[in-house]
Design a protein around this ligand. Structure first.
Ligand code: ADP
Ligand code: ASP
Ligand code: MG
Length: 402
């Protein structure tokens, strides 16, 4: 008997017809004799709608209550899907996060799944399909928590690990992982198999087809994943541990994120400890600083420091810099109309000239690079947001991905 976790994302369960279609996919898997745990997302757009409702009261909505509110999206889908399965004569039952329970630790809206009770569900899937909500859990103190946007992927991987399933299948609205977002760049190509490392970079850099913390957990416990379409029968993408691969291409994919902003402190004192004093309050406020550039000072006394952060953190960052009396500077400038475009590929390690080729390509398109960061298998640049798709297209072409 094969035990499987099947996860269906928001678009896959976005309408009643789609939920009925998903029920048929599950029915086929059940007919093959598999034991099935289904993880569902909220219907497409539902989570955003709930966030909007809360912000119509205040932008600073109580975090505990926000998690109670947001978790309700998945509750609706669980019941609808279990009901749709029953309707086509398949035994199915939904569980809410606290009924399992899915235990989490960490802050509201950013919790982590640490355990689940497996007994009831393991007994139930011998005869029927268990349907459980993604994206949420309950803390030791009994509070409902959510685990970050796109978190149903992480729930699916946690189920695969904790229930020791034989496979973890992520059903979504595209055929698999592509060389870049196929909805924005139609010449993007589906990737048949990809390593955890590359997938982790791509998802952290903006390819939302897989949530990055889900990939991280899968990599940590070596849980192979398969991303495939709810709407076609085409073969999907396998994500697993690929060692000794002979990479034919230097670059596997291009990712982008428009979720960025750039801050420059002009005329900062150039002496030991200044950078630490700038970033300490940001660190305390859990603001993640991504790229940092320090110019060489012309007068040997002052310098300019530029760094990038998520756009949502911009106002808080400026506020913290302004009240920070441990640093002296002439002025602050910021720009929230920037984007990060990245190329990712394990083959970059063994291919010389990738950096030059990327910069040349962007220069040919007259795209100015505002900041750069590199790692072994990725190269990211910050550019003006309006140039994003142009840059992605160009890089996709010059690295032979079209
Ligand atoms: P789900 O609701 O199923 O979790 P998401 O919307 O979170 O689906 O992720 C799927 C979307 O990710 C696709 O519709 C596609 O637009 C986007 N995407 C971005 N980059 C990629 C990529 N490299 N490959 C595939 N899809 C991508
Ligand atoms: N419904 C949640 C969200 O929109 C979780 C998910 O879809 O994975 O972020
Ligand atoms: Mg998703």
């Amino acid at each position: 008997m094969t035990k499987k976790v099947l996860k269906f994302g928001g678009t896959s369960v976005g309408t009643i017809e789609r939920i009925q279609h998903v029920a048929k996919i599950i029915g086929k898997e059940r007919d093959l004799g598999n034991e099935i745990i289904v993880v569902v997302s909220a219907m497409a757009g539902k989570t955003n709608e709930l966030i909007k409702l809360s912000s119509s009261i205040t932008n600073n909505f109580n975090k505990r209550e926000l998690d109670v509110l947001l978790s309700s999206g998945e509750q609706v889908t669980c019941a609808l899907l279990a009901g749709a399965l029953n309707q086509i004569k398949i035994d199915a039952k939904s569980w809410l996060n606290w009924q399992i329970p899915i235990l989490t630790e960490g802050d509201h809206s950013n919790a982590r799944i640490i355990n689940m009770n497996i007994n009831n569900i393991n007994n139930y899937i011998k005869k029927g399909v268990a349907v459980i909500p993604g994206f949420q859990g309950v803390s030791k103190s009994g509070d409902i928590t959510t685990i970050g946007r796109g978190g149903s992927d992480a729930t699916a991987v946690a189920v695969a690990k904790i229930f020791d399933t034989d496979s973890c299948e992520i059903y979504t609205d595209v055929d698999g992982v592509f060389s870049t977002d196929p909805k924005k760049i139609p010449v993007a190509k589906k990737i048949d198999k990809i390593s955890y490392d590359e997938m982790l970079e791509l998802s952290s850099l903006g390819a939302k087809v897989m949530q990055s913390s889900a990939v991280q957990t899968a990599m940590m416990y070596d849980i192979p994943l398969e991303v495939k379409s709810t709407f076609t029968d085409r073969k999907g993408t396998k994500i697993f541990n690929q060692e000794n691969i002979d990479y034919t291409k230097s670059v596997t994919g291009v990712a982008y994120s428009k979720d960025e902003s750039k801050v420059t402190l002009i005329g900062v004192e150039d002496k030991p400890g200044v950078a630490a004093n700038i970033f300490e309050p940001l660190n305390k406020a859990q603001i993640n600083v991504d790229m940092v550039i320090q110019n060489i000072s012309s007068d040997q006394k002052t310098t300019d420091i530029t760094f990038t952060i998520k756009r949502d953190d911009l106002l808080k960052t400026i506020e913290l810099l302004k009240i920070n009396n441990r640093i002296k500077y002439k002025s602050i400038s910021h720009n929230d109309k920037v984007a990060k475009v990245s190329i990712v590929g394990a083959g970059m390690v063994s291919t010389p000239g990738v950096t030059y080729k990327m910069f040349r390509g962007l220069a040919d398109e007259k795209i100015n690079i505002l900041a750069i960061s590199t790692s072994e298998i990725k190269l990211s640049v910050i550019i003006d947001e309006e140039n994003t798709l142009n840059a992605v297209k160009k890089l996709h072409t010059i690295f032979d991905l079209d």
